[in-house]
Design a protein around this ligand. Sequence first.
Ligand SMILES: *Cc1c(COP(=O)(O)O)cnc(C)c1O
Length: 244
Amino acid sequence: MTELVDSIRERYEQTLQRIAAAARSVGRDPSSVRLVVVTKSQPREVVEAAIQAGATILGENYPEEAVEKIQSIAAQSAVEWHMIGHVQSRKARLVPANFNLMQSLDSLKLAERLDRFAAEAGRVLPVLLEFNVGGEDSKSGWPAADESRWDALAASLNPVFDLPHLEVRGLMVMPPIGDTAEASRPFFQHTRRLQSFLRERLPQVDWSELSMGTSTDFEVAVQEGATLARVGTAIVGPRNYNKS
Ligand SMILES: *Cc1c(COP(=O)(O)O)cnc(C)c1O
């Protein structure tokens, strides 16, 4: 266990240093970026080791797998849990009861269900809206690739802001997988422009969080304004895809 903790700690701290350097390279305050350690498909031992290594925010993709970990670990730590994966309507109930932030809110239908379950749980759930900036059919999120349709996009979001038990805090994106980190830059810049557009168009909504960047491109994401970077493999190693 200690060996695992040590190796995760080394990579976690290296990642924090790389985030700080990327932030400084564009004149940003490193403390304006928070690191989410993505532990999807990782066993509980890895999650516990990541917490011992200093991780304060954990990201999970699959509600049921996550809830098992959260409930077995919750008692012994004060970490934040973020949902970052596509959530099917029938699993929506698990989110308000277990997560601090829902990053991957990708449809009005899911928003309405989350609002209802948040009400039942007696809380207001902070959410990020996930936008599909690459126009890929395989990705979820509100379609935002075509800048000429942002007016209609903004109008279509309005019902979300009326849901009393959800509180929008910003945007989340997962651009197409590219060969290099630089390949993601135009998508991050596009997202930044979308953030500015939404701020102007919907000033009553809080758009301050920008969740973008994974193991391969988090430094570029930070240079382009990310406030949350979601890093898995580079910190906790490869996932066991057979497991879940
Ligand atoms: C898996 C995943 C990550 C982390 O990816 P790595 O390449 O392991 O860093 C980040 N964001 C989302 C939405 C993911 O599904």
